[in-house]
Design a protein around this ligand. Structure first.
Ligand code: FES
Ligand SMILES: [Fe+2]
Length: 345
């Protein structure tokens, strides 16, 4: 599948129904615009200028985010390089001004001409949830509600900066669902070579995906000060590119919930989103928790980038599955049954 040119027309129908992260909410403060690529589509995210006398929070994300195609219909310049004034985004090249609906309302070089209806850019649906600006390149097939743990009262929420992984989105998701690599990739943190066995666990199909229960894995010292213990995990596949992991509250530490979303740049390049929710009693600072999760993600990245082929093979005969791979086998089957193609073989 090609991602060249107007990629949107060649995308899988299934991908067009997905909510995909574009950026973390604070990445685009009020009055600014920035460009991103999602599934081969250039996108601009911009926010109206801050309301006069509005909140002084830093960064100010009090105004609505817009997600548009990042291409000016006049001569194709990137709108994200333009400027926001009031509720209007002006193109950096010839200054055409676009209102919040993506319609050009002013052409400085021909000020008396009323811009044609087709002088408009493509606008996309946008939602802000879990500290993330999401878009859907087509019609959403499901509501954006897959991380209810985010709203746990009193919890701390930490969004990692999106990390680029030069592999397919399904490879990134599958890595997140895999425990057997802990002793080798996250040695001394999430696992230890002397406790490499994956105890058997159960994978069940749920209404919206998969659930892996009774996952237990030896963890030497997850965070400084912790002792080596069997940790209980609950994995869930929520959408083809969305999974969550909950570490059950135990051994004196509160529950931890992670949301992983693999937002494709192309079929073989992905931006990984990790949103963590800590229901603990603040034994570690937000910065320590951020650094810990980032360290884990950085350890995963080179290994996932090394996997070949970069697209996830969905043929059950491809690659060698073991009992410990129950969840990744289930994930591949889940993608197959949905006719999912993007980023797979
Ligand atoms: S390319 Fe945008 S105004 Fe000309
Ligand atoms: Fe990992």
């Amino acid at each position: 599948m090609s991602t060249a040119g107007d990629a949107r027309t060649s995308l899988d129908a299934a991908l067009l129904g997905e909510w995909l992260p574009v950026c973390n909410s604070p990445d685009v403060p009020a009055g600014e615009s920035r460009g991103f690529v999602v599934a081969g589509e250039r996108l601009v995210v911009w926010r109206n200028a801050p309301a006069a006398g509005g909140p002084a929070a830093q960064p100010d994300i009090s105004t609505d985010a817009h997600v548009w195609r990042d291409v000016c219909p006049h001569r194709g310049a990137q709108l994200s390089l333009g400027t926001v004034t009031g509720g209007v985004l002006a193109c950096p090249y010839h200054g055409w001004r676009y209102d919040a609906d993506g319609q050009c309302i002013h052409i400085p070089a021909n000020p008396s001409i009323r811009p044609a209806k087709r002088a408009c850019t493509r606008t996309y649906r946008v939602e802000e949830r879990y500290g993330v600006v999401w878009t859907c390149l087509g019609e959403p097939s499901r509501p954006l509600d897959f991380f209810p743990e985010y709203d746990a009262p009193g919890a701390r929420r930490i969004n990692l900066a999106a990390q680029t992984v030069r592999s397919s989105a399904p490879r990134v998701v599958e890595n997140f669902l895999d425990m057997a690599h802990f002793p080798f990739v996250h040695t001394g943190i999430l696992g230890d070579a002397s406790h490499a066995e994956v105890k058997d666990y159960e994978v069940i199909e749920t209404e919206d995906g998969l659930e892996a229960r009774q996952c237990r894995f030896w963890q030497p010292a997850g965070l400084p000060g912790q002792e080596g213990v069997d940790i209980e995990y609950m994995y869930r596949v929520k959408r083809p590119l969305v999974a969550t992991l909950s570490k059950v509250a135990q051994h004196g530490s509160g529950a931890l919930h992670l949301l992983l979303v693999a937002s494709p740049v192309s079929e073989t390049e992905t931006r990984a989103w990790l949103v963590s929710v800590f229901e603990d009693e603040a034994t570690h600072s937000d910065q320590e928790l951020y650094d810990f999760n980032m360290r884990i993600l950085m350890q995963d990245t080179p290994v996932v980038e090394s996997q070949w082929p970069k697209r996830l093979p969905l043929d059950p005969q491809a690659e060698l599955h073991q009992v410990c791979d129950r969840l990744s086998v289930g994930y591949r089957r889940y993608l197959r049954e949905r006719g999912w193609g993007y980023g797979t073989e």
